[in-house]
Design a protein around this ligand. Structure first.
Ligand SMILES: NC(=O)c1ccc[n+]([C@@H]2O[C@H](COP(=O)([O-])OP(=O)(O)OC[C@H]3O[C@@H](n4cnc5c(N)ncnc54)[C@H](O)[C@@H]3O)[C@@H](O)[C@H]2O)c1
Length: 320
């Protein structure tokens, strides 16, 4: 229940953040968004939310939090590209660690009730010893992005222990769904969907046997909502427990879109995990959460979204 509460969504113009904003508004929360629009889009923004075009790594964001006095913070703003993090780990750390620290410090000062942090499971554990990988598996990132998301999570825990600033960290698998940027480097589902609908040949990095845990953005938003009142001071995987190869994603999308050709193959990218799936039993226990959307249904909804946006933009699929 919203009870007149105000929620701040950092990164609320982005893929996951914009879905979060929509759901919070549906549930009658007052919603404030902070986004620098580095990858987020104005068209993703719900007009029911108050928007601050601001960079979380810069001082003015603290004044905005001071003014807005949110009750809850969904911290989703981040540098999200693994490749960019390997090329420029300093910028990655600035956005993901320094930016998070500013969010934490401002939240502590205004007495925020709880921060729900969008962490990564896919980039945190490296190539795990056992699959699905449990929440307690050793943390061994293989990219600066995995490192920065992990350090930020540890700051969450530090603020919890030191200042009693409540938090839950949700470690996502590969999130997919409508509005994911089909022009970015991540989001293989969005990239393949767009290419297939445009009749262009998608590229698979490596041989396509690498496996990921694909979780729908709608299930991820549900987990964030469940974490408002539960899972205090805990970190947990939000995923399906199923490892799906990139080749399989390609095949399912090919069936849905009617695309007829094979994929191109490009060299494997640096900093990528080979095979991962995430055990979500802690989220089941602590949040009473379970993924509800099957891969086939989720992929169908994603393709439907890209088809619609393609029709409404005169043939060019967009992320909106
Ligand atoms: N998509 C996934 O598969 C996935 C998996 C694990 C974790 N996550 C995490 O979920 C969160 C959301 O990711 P997404 O996939 O929606 O990516 P996204 O790029 O669509 O969203 C990130 C948003 O943050 C904004 N942003 C970036 N740097 C900022 C800054 N310095 N100040 C203010 N705003 C800034 C961007 O403009 C964008 O709107 C991120 O924290 C990401 O690390 C995503």
């Amino acid at each position: 229940m919203a009870d007149g509460k105000k929620a701040l969504v950092t990164g609320g113009a982005g893929f996951i953040g914009s879905h979060m904003v929509d759901r919070l508004l549906e549930l009658d929360y007052k919603v404030v968004v902070m986004d620098d629009l580095s990858t987020g889009k104005i068209k993703n923004l719900n007009s029911g939310a108050v928007f601050h075009h601001t960079d979380i790594t810069k001082r003015p964001m603290m004044e905005i939090i001071q003014r807005e006095q949110p009750d809850l913070v969904f911290h989703m703003a981040a540098q999200t590209s693994v490749t960019a993090s390997t090329k420029n780990p300093i910028d990655d750390t600035n956005a993901n660690v320094v930016g998070t620290l500013r969010v934490l410090e401002a939240s502590r000062r205004v007495g925020v009730e709880k921060i729900i942090y969008s962490c990564t499971g896919g980039a945190l554990y490296g190539d795990p010893d056992t699959i699905p990988c449990t929440d307690d598996a050793p943390i061994r990132p293989v990219s600066p992005y995995g490192m920065s998301k992990w350090i930020a999570e540890q700051y969450m825990d530090f603020y919890y222990r030191q200042y009693r600033l409540n938090y839950t960290s949700l470690r996502y698998g590969n999130v997919y769904g409508p509005r994911q940027d089909p022009h970015g480097e991540a989001g293989v589902v969005a990239i393949f969907s767009r290419s297939m609908l445009e009749g262009q040949q998608p590229s698979i990095y490596g041989d396509g046997t690498q496996e990921r845990d694909f979780v729908s953005v709608f299930d991820v938003v549900d987990a964030n909502l469940e974490a408002i009142d539960r899972g205090d001071g805990l970190c947990m995987n939000i995923a399906t427990g199923e490892a799906t190869s990139i080749n399989r994603i390609f095949d399912i999308l090919r069936n849905i879109t009617g695309y007829k050709w094979e994929a191109l193959h490009a060299p494997q990218r640096a900093g990528e995990v080979y095979k991962i799936a995430l055990d979500w039993s802690r989220a089941a226990l602590e949040l009473d959460w379970a993924p509800k959307i099957s891969l086939e249904e989720g992929l169908q909804r994603t393709v439907d979204h890209f088809r619609e946006s393609m029709n409404s933009s005169g043939g060019v699929p967009t992320a909106g």
